[in-house]
Write a protein that binds this ligand. Structure first.
Ligand code: HEM
Length: 430
């Protein structure tokens, strides 16, 4: 554990797996720290930020939205948007030109989350709705600026800097977009007679998270702002995270010839040279690709740090930590523990063979957090990454510029490669 200060606030970094286990497994230490307050100004206190009874009831309400059968419906969206992604990249293949792949993968992830969370097509990949897309990115940047520089916590300074007014304007823009989508979606469901059928989850028809919330609205006593904050929470947690995960995976595979050859051999053994869309059964066969994705999330976890506030005293390793203390869990550091990983600083997908996992401390790896407040979207995220990356590696070979240790990651709200993913791509078949 490492002590530090963020401006006037004392914080404690929890790095070793034994201490992380105590915090993450607890059913009572589930309260987020005040560092999330600025995020709450944007997305409200939905599932990510709420605590106690509110969090428990929302978690219970939203868990069925990630049921296996519901996820199947989301897979169709991932397949469709993954194909648009590779089609967009096609024009850059075989040109010998270096380009930044990050914005492409980000727009793909954004299209996927808008359709699955809100049931709306924003078509970011083909250049539409750019005002909303840019606003989401900028609000995220401004939130991080606020958290990082404690002098911005003083309101007059935040507003004098002009960031304050920009933040408020963009938050209004994104919240209004969500409110409009909620109203339109409610009308559409009403016209189809779906709302009248009450809180039943259909496994036959594809449903967005928003549809499920609208169907439960009356029974669960949710007002429109409650729904808005949950939808915005999914928008916030559900696209930058997967975009960064996919971007780092492509960048790392593109600098490791052996891993890339194995990924190509795996996708060829499943799809041959057909261009058919991936199906549910194919996704489970992508075992080596999954190892690469997990290894990328080990080296570069999309959420590099997250924080809890102690709501009662606890003792860890004979040290009493007092109520009110802010703890920072740091997967970015824990994931590089030389006692747990054979090659902590290298991209080595065999860290995720069954044998290697069995030998490790269970809390040596937690990119999706762990315990009662773990990431509700982790299966969704892994499916998305496998589907989109399988499209990518079926079609392309990639050469990454600036291999490690270049292109250092920037630990913002979401960890990103500082120079994006500069690379060249080549078609594998002509
Ligand atoms: C690679 C992708 C992802 C990573 C690495 C990731 C990681 C995490 C982490 C570390 C947390 C805990 C954060 C904290 O305690 O402050 C979390 C929570 C959460 N994530 Fe994810 N996430 C990913 C994708 C997603 C997706 C795709 C969704 C939704 C579709 C999602 C929805 C959520 C929600 C709602 C929570 C709050 C859960 C709760 O507190 O009950 N995440 N995620």
């Amino acid at each position: 554990m490492i002590k530090a200060w963020l401006g006037p606030v004392p914080i404690l970094f929890v790095v070793d797996p034994d201490s992380a286990k105590v915090i993450l497994e607890s059913n009572t230490l589930i309260t987020k720290s005040s560092f999330y307050d600025k995020v709450a100004d944007w997305i409200g206190t939905g599932l990510l930020i709420s605590t106690n009874e509110k969090w428990q009831s929302r978690r219970k309400l939203l868990t069925p939205a990630f049921h296996f059968n519901i996820l199947k419906g989301y897979t169709e969206v991932m397949v469709k948007e993954g194909e648009v992604f590779v089609d967009q990249l096609d024009k850059l293949a075989d040109t010998g030109r270096e380009f930044n792949l990050y914005p492409y993968v980000k727009r793909c992830a954004l299209d996927i989350i808008c359709e699955t969370a809100m049931g709306t097509h924003i078509n970011a990949q083909i250049g539409m709705n750019s005002e909303y897309v840019d606003a989401v990115t900028r609000v995220s940047d401004l939130t991080w600026t606020y958290i990082r520089f404690p002098f911005f916590w003083i309101k007059p300074i935040w507003y004098a800097s002009s960031y304050g007014f920009e933040f408020d304007r963009l938050v209004k823009l994104t919240n209004d977009f969500t409110r409009k989508v909620i109203n339109e979606r409610r009308e559409a469901l009403r016209e189809e007679g779906i709302l009248e059928s009450g809180p039943k989850i259909s496994t036959k028809q594809r449903m967005a998270f928003l549809d499920l919330l609208l169907m439960h609205q009356a029974a669960s006593n949710l007002n429109d702002e409650d729904i808005r904050e949950e939808v915005d929470t999914f928008m916030f947690e559900g696209h930058d995270t997967t975009a960064a995960g996919m971007a780092f995976a492509i960048w790392l595979i593109g600098q490791n010839a052996e891993a890339q050859a194995k990924v190509h051999a795996e996708v060829d053994s499943i799809f041959g040279d057909s261009s058919r869309p991936p199906e549910e059964a194919d996704v489970t066969k992508l075992v080596y690709l999954e190892r690469c994705i997990k290894e990328s999330l080990r080296l570069f976890p999309s959420v590099p740090l997250f924080a809890r506030r102690l709501t009662h005293d606890i003792t860890i390793k004979d040290t009493v930590l007092p109520e009110g203390l802010n703890l920072i869990l740091a997967p970015l550091a824990t994931h590089r523990d030389p006692e747990q990983y054979e090659r902590p600083w290298e991209f080595y997908p065999d860290h995720f063979t069954q044998e290697a996992i069995a030998k490790r401390h269970p809390y040596a790896y937690f990119p999706f957090s762990a315990g009662p407040r773990n990431c509700i979207g982790q299966k969704f995220a892994l499916s998305e990454e496998k589907i989109v990356l399988s499209w990518f590696f079926r079609r392309f070979r990639v050469e990454s510029s600036e291999p490690m240790p270049g292109n250092r990651p920037l630990p913002e709200l979401i960890l990103k490669p500082s120079d994006g993913v500069l690379c060249k791509i080549y078609r594998r078949r002509h």
